[in-house]
Design a protein around this ligand. Structure first.
Ligand code: HEC
Length: 114
């Protein structure tokens, strides 16, 4: 069910209005907006726990997080999920989409310091 809703959202994203590409890939930004922002916030700042006592999505803009997590680790988190709060996306994204998402997560740090 989630998979279907997500595929639909991604399709919408692909045809929806794209903002002109900044320094980073607009595909990554679109994917993040559609698949991640509802939990992580559009700017990656995180949010409240999804359920009582659950883990809160951390601030992905935090330089300490950025330094301590490598690209492969972020990629694995997207594919396999993390703990009870972050759902595994499995084969939802293509390799290129995963690259774009990781690049976007990386770009969030820069956004904070702008
Ligand atoms: C249903 C809500 C939800 C969605 C959707 C979601 N996340 Fe998360 N994410 C979380 C939560 C909650 C955590 C914290 C999990 C923990 O620390 O146990 C998390 C953690 C993370 C982390 C940090 C992992 C770490 O090692 O600390 C990254 C990176 C991440 N998410 C990226 C993404 C990306 C990229 C997407 C979209 C493809 C996404 N998330 C979609 C809820 C979500």
């Amino acid at each position: 069910m989630l998979r279907i809703a997500l595929a639909f959202a991604l399709t919408l994203g692909a045809f929806g209005c794209k903002r002109s590409a900044a320094a980073t890939s607009s595909e990554g930004a679109d994917l993040f907006a559609n698949a991640c922002a509802r939990c992580h916030g559009a700017d990656g700042s995180g949010g409240l726990p999804l359920f009582e006592g659950g883990p809160s999505p951390r601030d992905l803009r935090d330089p300490a997080f950025q330094r301590s997590h490598g690209d492969p680790q972020i990629r694995m988190t997207i594919v396999n999920g993390k703990g009870s709060g972050m759902p595994p996306f499995g084969a939802t994204f293509t390799d290129a989409q995963l690259d774009a998402l990781v690049a976007h997560v990386r770009a969030l740090e820069a956004e904070k310091t702008k």
